[in-house]
Design a protein around this ligand. Structure first.
Ligand code: SF4
Ligand code: SF4
Length: 125
C-alpha cells in the first residue's frame, strides 16, 4: 500500500521484498527502460541482420516507429518509448507485462540492479 511515488528521490524508495509486488501497480515499469541490441532482438524488434549492422541506423528506424525514445552510441543502449502516462510501452491496462517471456534483462533483474539496488520506488502508507 503506497500513497506517493517519487522516482527521483532515491532515499524515499523502500527495501524490496516479494510481497510488495502484490500491492504495487508495477511502478518499476515507469522507470526509464534501457535495453541493448540483444534485448531488442529477443523482443522481435530488430532482425538478425540488424543485430550485426549499424546501431545508429536501427535506432533511426525504431525512433521513427515510436518504439524507442533515444539511443546512446557511447553505451550502445536504447531507451524504450513510454506511453503518455509514463508507463512502459509494453505494459497493459491491468499493469501486466505483455512481453513477459521476452522481457529485457534489466526487467528480469530489477530491483537487484536499478537506480537503487535492492530498493523500489514505493512509499508505504
Ligand atoms: S516497483 Fe518493486 S514492488 Fe513494485 S512491481 Fe516493481 S519490483 Fe514489485
Ligand atoms: S518490458 Fe515489461 S517488465 Fe519491462 S518495463 Fe516494460 S512492461 Fe515492465
Amino acid at each position: 500500500m503506497f500513497n506517493e511515488v517519487n522516482f527521483d528521490l532515491l532515499s524515499t524508495w523502500v527495501k524490496f521484498r516479494p510481497s510488495l509486488c502484490e500491492s504495487c501497480t508495477a511502478l518499476c515499469c515507469s522507470l526509464p527502460l534501457e535495453v541493448d541490441k540483444e534485448d531488442l532482438f529477443r523482443l522481435g524488434l530488430i532482425s538478425e541482420n540488424e543485430l550485426e549492422g549499424s546501431l545508429k541506423k536501427v535506432a533511426k528506424r525504431l525512433q521513427t516507429q515510436g518504439l524507442i525514445k533515444n539511443f546512446r552510441a557511447a553505451t550502445a543502449l536504447f531507451t524504450i518509448a513510454q506511453k503518455m502516462n509514463g508507463k512502459c510501452l509494453f505494459l497493459d491496462k491491468e499493469n501486466r507485462c505483455t512481453v513477459y517471456e521476452k522481457r529485457p534483462r534489466v526487467c528480469r533483474e530489477f530491483p537487484k540492479i536499478g537506480p537503487r539496488p535492492g530498493y523500489c520506488p514505493c512509499i508505504k502508507k
